[in-house]
Design a protein. Structure first.
Length: 209
């Protein structure tokens, strides 16, 4: 499971509220991707039937959502590629980041504890829940709270064993392997992303893939 964040202009949020079926397009779309994901037939033929069917369904859902085809679908919704930023991915650190900021397993709290799992859910389940919307006002509020964080103090307030006890994804939290430093690097990256979106007056889409 990968945690992703995408800055968007206000009209993207308005379009998504008017038509929640746009959620998959808005999370998958990339203007730089020029080819569709087409699974290799030989590879698929050697997979167990259930796994093969799952990959084929996933490929079908992604069809037409990137490159020229995706841009055309955006245009039908009255949107353009520059209405969306390229997504930020904090990879599998998303759950650890949430835990450090909110000190809960999944529930968002007051900013900055809503930076990862906050926002208003909308649209279909994309596999690990629906996309969540943050308005520009929400982004600014969370950005301010993140900016006020002292990462050193945040680091001192928790031990790797606490993430193991809380069953924080992806697991394997060894106190000696720098796992918490990895999570703190993701906190810093996410804080910078929120700051850029706040300065631009953008809202944000939050989602797990």
């Amino acid at each position: 499971m990968i945690g992703k964040f995408r800055g968007v202009r206000t009209r993207v949020i308005e379009a998504l509220r008017a038509d929640p079926s746009l959620a998959r397009l808005l999370t998958v779309y990339s203007s730089t991707a020029r080819s569709e994901f087409v699974p290799d037939p030989t590879y698929l033929a050697n997979l167990p039937p259930t796994l093969r069917a799952g990959i084929e369904r996933s490929a079908a859902k992604q069809s037409g959502l990137t490159g020229t085809a995706g841009t055309e679908r955006l245009a039908v919704a009255g949107l353009a590629p520059d209405d969306l930023s390229e997504p930020l991915s904090i990879e599998k650190a998303w759950h650890g980041v949430h835990f450090l900021l909110a000190r809960t397993t999944y529930e968002p709290t007051e900013p900055p504890g809503d930076a990862v799992l906050g926002g208003m859910p909308i649209g279909e389940d994309l596999g690990y829940g629906p996309v969540r919307i943050k308005t520009p006002e929400d982004v600014t509020q969370t950005s301010s709270a993140l900016a006020a964080l002292d990462l050193g103090v945040l680091r001192q307030g928790i031990q790797a064993t606490a993430l193991t006890v809380a069953e924080i994804y992806p697991g394997g939290w060894d106190p000696d392997d720098g796992a918490l430093d990895w999570v703190l690097d993701a906190v810093s990256e996410l804080r910078d992303f929120y700051a850029r979106c706040a300065v631009a007056g953008h809202g944000m889409l939050l989602y797990i893939t």
